[in-house]
Design a protein around this ligand. Sequence first.
Ligand code: CP
Ligand code: NVA
Length: 305
Amino acid sequence: MKIKKIDFLTLKDFDRDDLIELVDLAGVVKKNPGKYKKVLKDKNIALLFDKNSTRTRLSFEAGISQMGGNAIYLDSKSLQLSRGENYSDTAKIFSGYLDGVVIRTFDHKIVEIFAESSSIPVINGLTDSYHPCQILSDLFTIKELGLLKPDLRLTYLGDSNNVTNSLMIGLSKMGIKITIGCPAEYSPNPSIIDYCSKIDGSNVILENDPVKAARDADIIYTDVWFSMGDADSKDKINKLSPYQVNKNITGHAGSDVKIMHCLPAHRGEEITSDILDGKNSVVFQQAENRLYAQKALLIYIYKRL
Ligand code: CP
Ligand code: NVA
């Protein structure tokens, strides 16, 4: 019997037990670097990217190679896609040659079309709407910090974007409260808040006052104010300035508050360098963990096929 392929498009498709399994597996991978050397033997996995990437690209390329597979990086501009070949046809072609694809693109519909039109697993390496690989990895980092528990107080400060969406979903799935500190104009998409509100144990709080949002937080998480594809705006900078993660704002959190950022950071904009490089920052541990989380995801997908 052919086993149904697993796509990883958003965290919506995974329940709490799946996420716990993946997070635990990332820990096993980190402790046993040599253990999974053959999981991807003879497998060719493409990375089809429309946007720049350092961590996602490298963690998948290195992870695939470390598990015996072959990663093929494809800048979409060099494919016939850029001359109008459609995604559905392209997905069918990929299915004939490859064993999987990681896609980084703009419109989330593209990864959905790819997943529907192909017979190979499709992994979302970031769209305008979601960044599930990042948050899967972040759940692992939070677990390493000993904080993945229902009474965690995590505050996200700044622009509501793809990372925010996936963070809200990921924490809600784990039954953990999340506070979003942002101006009303840059609030998260209501449909994501609505989705989260229906998850057992979820609690998404919107707080327009940055000091109240940061107060007593165990973790403060931020991301850039201008995501890839966003237009620059002085007005947005002015409105988000009070939500900058700096000495003043972190002073309202617990003294042991951990600072998270998915990176890349715009130092001096959403976060100051003293905080990013400070003793409470876990951002480089967070970035390294992408490798273990991506390997765990690939093991989870391919061990069943
Ligand atoms: N955090 C993250 O996805 O980084 P890259 O854009 O470098 O892949
Ligand atoms: N929100 C950012 C995340 C980068 C990893 C962006 O989409 O550019």
